[in-house]
Design a protein around this ligand. Structure first.
Ligand SMILES: [Cu+2]
Length: 117
């Protein structure tokens, strides 16, 4: 009797864990962003709170950096590679991002904005 209850608890737990896994596996939306001197394209992202995304950065120029300090996100963007930044926005608001690796005159203008609703 006690054994059956234990078994039921175990199965219940496994089902609950399975549910969590299914949620976590919901495919993330991919947002492609190209970085070039001296702009991110697009530089205005509209995301939804709780919806997972993967930001995919590429550049054909020189090494760039992506940094969104308030969201604690950052990546090196290296020519010939894709920098993937998985991220699920947890709060709404407008968050700035910028290039944080000096890439030439005009680098300081390389900014963008993530709006989470
Ligand atoms: Cu730069």
């Amino acid at each position: 009797m006690r054994r059956r209850a234990l078994l039921r608890a175990l199965i219940g737990g496994a089902l609950a864990a399975g549910g969590v896994v299914a949620l976590a596996q919901k495919p993330a939306k991919v947002v492609k962003i190209s970085a070039r001197k001296f702009v991110f394209q697009p530089n205005a992202l509209a995301l939804k709170r709780g919806e997972p995304v993967v930001l995919e950065f590429t550049t054909a120029d020189v090494v760039m950096g992506f940094s969104a300090p308030e969201l604690k996100l950052r990546a090196d963007i290296i020519p010939g590679q894709v920098a993937r930044v998985p991220f699920t926005p947890e709060r709404t608001g407008t968050f700035d991002f910028l290039c944080d690796i000096f890439c030439g005159d005009g680098h300081e203008k390389m900014t963008g904005r993530i709006r989470v609703t």
